[in-house]
Design a protein around this ligand. Structure first.
Ligand code: MG
Ligand code: MG
Length: 253
Protein backbone atom coordinates (compact mmCIF):
# COMPACT_ATOMS: atom_id res chain seq x y z
CA UNK A 1 0.00 0.00 0.00
CA UNK A 2 1.02 3.60 -0.55
CA UNK A 3 1.22 5.65 2.64
CA UNK A 4 -0.03 9.20 2.94
CA UNK A 5 2.06 10.92 5.59
CA UNK A 6 0.93 13.58 8.03
CA UNK A 7 2.84 16.83 8.42
CA UNK A 8 4.38 15.47 11.61
CA UNK A 9 5.50 12.30 9.85
CA UNK A 10 7.04 14.35 7.04
CA UNK A 11 8.97 16.30 9.68
CA UNK A 12 10.30 13.04 11.09
CA UNK A 13 11.30 11.79 7.62
CA UNK A 14 12.91 15.18 7.01
CA UNK A 15 14.96 14.87 10.20
CA UNK A 16 16.40 11.54 9.05
CA UNK A 17 17.02 12.99 5.59
CA UNK A 18 18.91 15.94 7.10
CA UNK A 19 21.15 13.54 8.97
CA UNK A 20 21.96 11.75 5.72
CA UNK A 21 22.57 15.02 3.87
CA UNK A 22 24.86 16.17 6.68
CA UNK A 23 26.65 12.82 6.54
CA UNK A 24 27.40 13.23 2.83
CA UNK A 25 28.47 16.85 3.38
CA UNK A 26 30.82 15.65 6.11
CA UNK A 27 32.22 12.87 3.89
CA UNK A 28 32.77 15.12 0.89
CA UNK A 29 36.06 16.48 2.20
CA UNK A 30 37.43 12.94 2.53
CA UNK A 31 36.52 11.94 -1.02
CA UNK A 32 40.02 12.26 -2.44
CA UNK A 33 42.77 10.06 -3.83
CA UNK A 34 44.23 7.77 -1.18
CA UNK A 35 41.20 7.56 1.12
CA UNK A 36 40.22 4.00 1.99
CA UNK A 37 36.56 3.37 1.30
CA UNK A 38 36.15 1.50 4.57
CA UNK A 39 37.28 4.64 6.42
CA UNK A 40 34.50 6.64 4.76
CA UNK A 41 32.09 4.02 6.00
CA UNK A 42 33.36 4.21 9.59
CA UNK A 43 33.13 8.02 9.59
CA UNK A 44 29.58 7.84 8.27
CA UNK A 45 28.47 5.34 10.89
CA UNK A 46 30.02 7.35 13.74
CA UNK A 47 28.39 10.52 12.48
CA UNK A 48 24.93 8.98 12.09
CA UNK A 49 25.06 7.45 15.56
CA UNK A 50 26.25 10.78 17.03
CA UNK A 51 22.97 12.24 15.69
CA UNK A 52 20.97 9.68 17.67
CA UNK A 53 20.11 7.80 14.49
CA UNK A 54 20.93 4.38 13.07
CA UNK A 55 22.53 3.50 9.71
CA UNK A 56 19.56 2.22 7.73
CA UNK A 57 21.49 0.01 5.31
CA UNK A 58 23.56 -1.88 7.89
CA UNK A 59 21.91 -5.26 8.30
CA UNK A 60 19.23 -4.51 5.70
CA UNK A 61 18.77 -7.81 3.85
CA UNK A 62 22.19 -8.66 5.29
CA UNK A 63 24.06 -5.67 3.82
CA UNK A 64 27.21 -5.30 5.94
CA UNK A 65 27.89 -1.55 5.93
CA UNK A 66 26.56 1.97 6.50
CA UNK A 67 27.27 3.21 2.98
CA UNK A 68 26.96 1.81 -0.49
CA UNK A 69 30.06 3.05 -2.31
CA UNK A 70 30.13 2.44 -6.04
CA UNK A 71 33.17 3.38 -8.13
CA UNK A 72 33.19 4.08 -11.90
CA UNK A 73 31.46 1.12 -13.59
CA UNK A 74 29.80 0.09 -10.32
CA UNK A 75 26.24 1.34 -10.49
CA UNK A 76 25.03 0.89 -6.91
CA UNK A 77 25.35 -1.32 -3.80
CA UNK A 78 29.15 -1.46 -3.70
CA UNK A 79 30.33 -2.84 -0.34
CA UNK A 80 32.94 -0.67 1.42
CA UNK A 81 36.33 -2.39 1.58
CA UNK A 82 40.02 -1.58 1.84
CA UNK A 83 40.36 -0.13 -1.66
CA UNK A 84 41.76 3.38 -1.86
CA UNK A 85 40.11 6.02 -4.01
CA UNK A 86 42.12 7.04 -7.06
CA UNK A 87 42.38 10.29 -8.97
CA UNK A 88 39.94 10.36 -11.89
CA UNK A 89 37.36 8.00 -10.41
CA UNK A 90 33.73 8.88 -9.88
CA UNK A 91 32.25 7.55 -6.65
CA UNK A 92 28.59 7.10 -5.86
CA UNK A 93 27.89 7.27 -2.14
CA UNK A 94 24.43 6.18 -1.04
CA UNK A 95 23.39 6.53 2.59
CA UNK A 96 20.31 5.90 4.69
CA UNK A 97 19.44 6.72 8.28
CA UNK A 98 16.58 5.90 10.62
CA UNK A 99 15.63 7.98 13.63
CA UNK A 100 12.48 7.63 15.74
CA UNK A 101 11.15 5.04 13.30
CA UNK A 102 11.38 7.16 10.13
CA UNK A 103 13.83 6.81 7.26
CA UNK A 104 15.84 9.09 4.99
CA UNK A 105 17.70 8.00 1.84
CA UNK A 106 20.05 10.12 -0.27
CA UNK A 107 22.91 9.59 -2.72
CA UNK A 108 25.41 11.67 -4.63
CA UNK A 109 28.18 10.88 -7.06
CA UNK A 110 31.49 12.61 -6.32
CA UNK A 111 34.54 13.21 -8.48
CA UNK A 112 37.92 12.14 -7.08
CA UNK A 113 40.18 15.00 -8.12
CA UNK A 114 40.14 15.72 -11.82
CA UNK A 115 37.90 13.42 -13.82
CA UNK A 116 37.45 13.13 -17.58
CA UNK A 117 35.01 15.46 -19.32
CA UNK A 118 33.01 12.36 -20.23
CA UNK A 119 32.52 11.38 -16.59
CA UNK A 120 31.94 14.93 -15.42
CA UNK A 121 29.17 15.41 -17.94
CA UNK A 122 27.58 12.07 -17.00
CA UNK A 123 27.47 13.20 -13.36
CA UNK A 124 26.07 16.60 -14.26
CA UNK A 125 23.31 15.25 -16.50
CA UNK A 126 22.36 12.54 -14.00
CA UNK A 127 22.00 15.14 -11.26
CA UNK A 128 19.95 17.37 -13.57
CA UNK A 129 17.74 14.42 -14.52
CA UNK A 130 16.96 13.92 -10.83
CA UNK A 131 15.88 17.54 -10.48
CA UNK A 132 13.77 17.26 -13.64
CA UNK A 133 12.18 14.07 -12.35
CA UNK A 134 11.42 15.74 -9.02
CA UNK A 135 9.69 18.51 -10.95
CA UNK A 136 7.11 15.96 -12.14
CA UNK A 137 6.32 14.85 -8.58
CA UNK A 138 3.17 16.88 -8.15
CA UNK A 139 -0.31 15.80 -7.06
CA UNK A 140 -2.33 14.54 -10.01
CA UNK A 141 0.68 13.39 -12.02
CA UNK A 142 1.47 9.69 -12.23
CA UNK A 143 4.50 7.85 -10.87
CA UNK A 144 5.65 7.10 -14.40
CA UNK A 145 5.70 10.78 -15.35
CA UNK A 146 8.83 11.02 -13.18
CA UNK A 147 10.66 8.22 -14.96
CA UNK A 148 9.48 9.34 -18.36
CA UNK A 149 11.02 12.75 -17.77
CA UNK A 150 14.30 11.27 -16.53
CA UNK A 151 14.57 8.82 -19.42
CA UNK A 152 13.68 11.37 -22.10
CA UNK A 153 16.22 13.82 -20.73
CA UNK A 154 19.22 11.49 -20.36
CA UNK A 155 18.63 9.58 -23.58
CA UNK A 156 18.86 12.93 -25.36
CA UNK A 157 22.54 12.89 -24.36
CA UNK A 158 23.04 9.29 -25.54
CA UNK A 159 23.05 7.85 -22.02
CA UNK A 160 21.00 4.88 -20.85
CA UNK A 161 18.76 4.20 -17.85
CA UNK A 162 19.26 1.16 -15.63
CA UNK A 163 16.02 -0.83 -15.51
CA UNK A 164 16.68 -3.37 -12.77
CA UNK A 165 16.79 -0.88 -9.90
CA UNK A 166 14.24 1.79 -9.12
CA UNK A 167 13.25 4.48 -6.64
CA UNK A 168 10.66 3.82 -3.97
CA UNK A 169 8.26 5.05 -1.37
CA UNK A 170 9.89 5.72 1.99
CA UNK A 171 8.74 6.45 5.53
CA UNK A 172 8.43 3.90 8.30
CA UNK A 173 10.33 1.47 6.08
CA UNK A 174 13.35 2.09 3.90
CA UNK A 175 11.60 0.71 0.83
CA UNK A 176 7.85 1.07 0.48
CA UNK A 177 5.40 1.14 -2.37
CA UNK A 178 5.25 2.49 -4.95
CA UNK A 179 8.26 1.55 -7.03
CA UNK A 180 9.53 4.61 -8.92
CA UNK A 181 11.26 3.53 -12.16
CA UNK A 182 13.56 5.95 -13.96
CA UNK A 183 12.06 5.08 -17.35
CA UNK A 184 8.71 4.42 -18.93
CA UNK A 185 5.69 5.87 -20.62
CA UNK A 186 3.80 8.80 -19.11
CA UNK A 187 0.58 8.41 -17.11
CA UNK A 188 1.13 4.87 -15.79
CA UNK A 189 0.96 3.45 -12.30
CA UNK A 190 -0.05 5.25 -9.14
CA UNK A 191 -1.44 8.73 -9.19
CA UNK A 192 0.70 10.97 -7.01
CA UNK A 193 -1.06 12.46 -4.00
CA UNK A 194 -0.27 15.04 -1.40
CA UNK A 195 1.49 13.43 1.57
CA UNK A 196 3.36 10.74 -0.39
CA UNK A 197 7.09 10.53 0.34
CA UNK A 198 9.28 8.92 -2.27
CA UNK A 199 12.96 8.48 -3.06
CA UNK A 200 13.82 9.25 -6.68
CA UNK A 201 17.18 7.85 -7.76
CA UNK A 202 18.27 7.80 -11.40
CA UNK A 203 21.11 5.38 -12.19
CA UNK A 204 22.46 6.50 -15.54
CA UNK A 205 25.04 4.70 -17.68
CA UNK A 206 27.47 6.16 -20.18
CA UNK A 207 27.06 3.09 -22.39
CA UNK A 208 24.55 0.24 -22.45
CA UNK A 209 21.69 -0.01 -19.96
CA UNK A 210 22.46 -3.62 -19.01
CA UNK A 211 24.00 -4.41 -15.65
CA UNK A 212 25.37 -7.47 -13.89
CA UNK A 213 25.81 -8.48 -10.26
CA UNK A 214 29.20 -9.36 -8.78
CA UNK A 215 29.82 -12.65 -7.00
CA UNK A 216 29.49 -10.78 -3.66
CA UNK A 217 25.77 -10.76 -4.38
CA UNK A 218 25.50 -6.98 -3.96
CA UNK A 219 27.68 -4.90 -6.28
CA UNK A 220 25.83 -3.99 -9.45
CA UNK A 221 28.05 -2.91 -12.35
CA UNK A 222 27.55 -1.97 -15.97
CA UNK A 223 27.67 -4.86 -18.42
CA UNK A 224 30.05 -2.99 -20.73
CA UNK A 225 32.40 -1.67 -18.05
CA UNK A 226 31.63 1.98 -18.78
CA UNK A 227 30.93 4.48 -16.02
CA UNK A 228 27.60 4.98 -14.24
CA UNK A 229 26.32 7.81 -12.02
CA UNK A 230 23.66 7.86 -9.29
CA UNK A 231 21.92 10.70 -7.46
CA UNK A 232 19.00 10.34 -5.06
CA UNK A 233 16.74 12.57 -3.06
CA UNK A 234 13.91 11.78 -0.69
CA UNK A 235 11.02 14.13 -1.39
CA UNK A 236 7.57 14.92 -0.07
CA UNK A 237 4.72 15.60 -2.48
CA UNK A 238 2.69 18.58 -1.30
CA UNK A 239 -0.02 20.85 -2.64
CA UNK A 240 2.73 23.43 -3.11
CA UNK A 241 4.78 21.02 -5.19
CA UNK A 242 7.64 18.67 -4.34
CA UNK A 243 9.84 19.42 -1.32
CA UNK A 244 13.33 17.94 -1.31
CA UNK A 245 13.82 16.67 2.23
CA UNK A 246 17.41 15.44 1.81
CA UNK A 247 19.07 18.81 1.62
CA UNK A 248 19.71 21.49 4.18
CA UNK A 249 17.21 24.04 2.94
CA UNK A 250 14.36 21.65 3.73
CA UNK A 251 15.00 22.06 7.47
CA UNK A 252 13.53 25.50 7.68
CA UNK A 253 10.80 24.98 5.12
MG1 MG B 1 19.75 5.26 -1.48
MG1 MG C 1 16.80 4.53 -2.31
Amino acid sequence: MVHIRTEREIELISTSCQIVADTLDMLSKYVKAGTRIIDLDAKAEDFIRSCGARPAFKGYMGFPATLCVSVDDEVVHGIPNNRRLQEGQIVGIDCGAEKDGYYGDHARTFAVGNVSDEKRKLMEITQKSLIKGIGEAIPGNFVSDIGHMIQSYVEGFGYSVVRELVGHGIGTELHEEPQVPNYGLPKQGYKLREGMCIAIEPMINLGVKEVKTDSDGWTIRTADGQASAHFEHTIAITSNGPIILSKKEAANG
